[in-house]
Design a protein around this ligand. Sequence first.
Ligand code: ADP
Length: 570
Amino acid sequence: MGVSENARLVLEKRYLIKDADGKAIESVDGMFQRVAGAIAASDLLHDKNADVERTKKTFYDMMTNLEFLPNSPTLMNAGRPLGQLSACFVLPVEDSMDEIFEAIKQAALIHKSGGGTGFSFSRLRQKGSTVNSTGGVASGPISFMKVFNMATEAVKQGGTRRGANMGILRVDHPDILEFIDCKSNNSEINNFNISVGLTEKFMNAVESGGDYELVDPHTRKVVQKLRARDVFERIVDAAWRNGEPGIIFLDRLNRDNIVPSQGEIESTNPCGEQPLLPYESCNLGSINLTKMLKEEDGVYSFDWKKLERTAKDAVHFLDNVIDANKYPLENIDRVTKQTRKIGLGVMGWADSLLRMGIPYNSQEAVALGEKVMKFITACGREESAALAVQRGAFPLFEESILPQDTPQRNGTISTIAPTGTLSIIAGCSSGVEPVFGYVFIRNIMDGTEMVEVNPILREELEKRGLYSEGLMRRIAKEGTIAHIEELPEDLRRVFVSAHDISPEDHIRMQAAFQRGTDNAVSKTVNFRHDATREEVAEVYSLAFHLGCKGVTIYRDGSRSEQVLNIGKVN
Ligand code: ADP
């Protein structure tokens, strides 16, 4: 199998079955056999004569060729006693002590199994309002978020994942100002990403310069009015300072809510790509686009036939995951199976553009991104319709807003995940993000250094006789090749990194993929350290007008414990 040394290390540490001493007792190949077998077996639920061996082989091949990978919990837990296979959950938080602590317990069970949880805290009454049963005073959503955070910290997930949460508060909640600043110290509420849920009413008030109303969720009374622009500027300022909060556009999430009869969508999963109803869960999977290219005389382009086949097999795979899954709560089992949402996405997009010689920040790349994603979703829909013929449509199909002429097995097909670990396993750029840095220098234990070079850049430089270790060190130091004048112009134009790309171009790419995606797109818009608050505000407006469902930004150097550094030799 062609996984890199890095990938092998990640897999050994967290994915392979281990004995009591923590030694892996499964090979990488064994893991893929286990997963392929467990997921293919779901075919038998619908057809007792199904050729499971054949399906297993299809799934095994597509994973070992690194063409498609399911989300981490599926790789970790399929075919094992725990059997929890989904990455994304949303839990309701209702306005009573009982229900708040019930949600904490439920989240703990999900974290233990490797899933991430999203919550809206918008139903909790505001800080300082009265509590009828005790005559006391409510402490408000932010104080409870801290309890959720502590519980997450304590679970720490024996050897797999650490636990991740999304916390959302509507912009019209009376405690919104406290929420906006609740992570100004990054060590607080550290197991949460937070986002403000923006309404269209609010955005219109920002644009017109008007006021908007804050409503107590408990009494439903208007308690205060604020100038929308002031609040918007507070959000921008906080995000400019350290990347939090993000924003999500609630009305837009609900326009794509396929079953409005079941209630509103109030939250997403931790990284924002998967809006869900309370108790819904979703399993994700990603196609490695670098494996969907064909080469003719050194020129690369998409192999649409292969992409179609892969998307269809992936939908078959993900639908099977829903049935193979062991859900942490009965309610989640029931609600998930009513809509049968799946989230097929992509990784390796930036690497594919490099191969094709198309700059990420070009109109051509934006148009192609939209085309690729629409194609994947359309192929997925075809497969979901074929599965519906054999297995039946999802139970709420008739009350859904989907066109009623072709029954569908799955309420949604596509989602673009960050692919944080999957992209390491597959050895490609993550999700639809641009390449962050082309060269990294790592210190290894005995004091020697290892130079890690993006494989496509290395190949291109070697082909042109330009590769040298000195040049690699320079690229690592400068963080970008755009300014290295000795390099040919065409290379500098194509091999752009996250910081060579303007924030507007980041958003244009996000919007392009959003147009082809049922759910949402995980994307971080990178700003240079010297970017201004106005630039951040402009990007938010652009995202709103281009139809994005949310925005996450990050200004370089704005957090002390930044994970990836440009120009810094680790
Ligand atoms: P992976 O590459 O490991 O499959 P992604 O980076 O694509 O995961 O993240 C997808 C989703 O998985 C996230 O939005 C979140 O819901 C969940 N997730 C990611 N990391 C964690 C974690 N450490 N703990 C719990 N859930 C997580």
